[in-house]
Ligand binder design. Structure first.
Ligand code: TA6
Length: 298
């Protein structure tokens, strides 16, 4: 559907509008009593969520590509049907094809409490089947209210059991990485990057003083990012996930990532709800599973 067809079918006057975003990629602009938000149809990707009177909760790279075939850097990329490199073929796209696909708009609704609900869907296509030989229906439901909720629901619509990993790869907007610390991870075990040695975090508040790529396992608690520069805290809650990823590339690695400004690493921290490691999801035909993240300023 083109922009005018989308507006005709799914526009909610004064609340939900479809338009061409950067480089013409179609986006959904939401504005209600709680917040404004922008969702890219490419990737079913929340680009911005700004509660009334607040700075954006999500970070977006000034150097992000907005181009079919490339991932958007910032916001909330959807990693599916694998998180990180493909488990057996590293030539396949990192973090799967969901963030590189155009999704279908399925629903726009105003909820009774005034929040806006947007639903997008993705099914197998010949291109996805080449990368991942299964029939599926994936839904992303974004609710923009006093909290931002992003829900990834996956249904096995085929006749073969499949296994997948996933993540809601939230980039949180912070004043400066040296101003923040993260609560909610104490006594959790984690892997460093893709390493195999499991460590335990002793400290209550995690300070990010260098590159970090921690995958906390058996972790279901909320994380709170305290940001003294912006005088706020961001809470990241989740359901359907036992792995929490905390990622910041630090100064050196940031310079090697083409779509992040050299100093860009200072302004975000990723706190991600994931199913990975011993929490990958196996779905028999007809079964479904739901992962969600809920982000707010408590
Ligand atoms: O979630 C952390 C991570 O998996 C890191 O290993 C890092 O590579 C990051 O995601 C970004 O991945 P991307 O493919 O978007 O560059």
């Amino acid at each position: 559907m083109n922009i005018s067809e989308l507006n005709e079918k799914y526009r909610i006057a004064g609340e939900v509008e479809f338009t061409n975003g950067v480089s013409g990629l179609p986006v959904i602009v939401v504005s209600n009593q709680f917040a404004t938000a922008i969702i890219s149809i490419y990737g079913a990707h929340v680009l911005s969520y700004q509660p009334k009177g607040e700075r954006d909760i999500l970070w977006m790279s000034e150097k992000s590509a907005f181009e079919e075939g490339k991932a958007i850097r910032g916001g909330i990329p959807i990693c599916f049907p694998w998180f990180g490199p493909h488990p057996t073929d590293t030539l396949l796209p990192q973090h799967g094809f969901a963030r590189l696909s155009f999704w279908d708009v399925a629903e726009t609704t105003t909820l009774n409490n005034g929040a806006s609900k947007i639903k997008l869907q993705l099914h197998q296509t010949p291109a996805t089947t080449e990368l991942w030989p299964f029939d599926f229906s994936a839904g992303i439901t974004v609710t923009i209210g006093a909290k931002l909720e992003v829900v990834l629901n996956v249904i096995n619509t085929g006749d073969k059991t499949f296994t997948y990993s996933d993540a809601l790869h939230s980039y949180l907007n912070v004043s400066d990485i040296s101003n923040i610390n993260i609560d909610g991870l104490r006594l959790s075990n984690y892997y460093d990057g893709f390493g195999t040695a499991e460590k335990q975090q002793d400290e209550t508040l995690l300070v990010i003083a260098k590159e970090e790529n921690r995958r906390y396992v058996h972790h279901t608690a909320d994380c709170i990012v305290y940001d003294k520069g912006f005088s706020r805290k961001i809470r990241v809650a989740k359901t359907g996930s036992k792995v929490t990823v905390v990622w910041n590339p630090g100064a050196k690695t940031s310079k090697t990532i083409a779509d992040i400004e050299d100093e860009g690493y200072k302004n975000f921290i990723c706190v991600e709800a994931a199913n990975s490691y011993d929490d990958v999801i196996t779905l028999e035909p007809g079964k479904q599973f739901t992962l969600s993240t809920i982000i707010d300023i408590p």
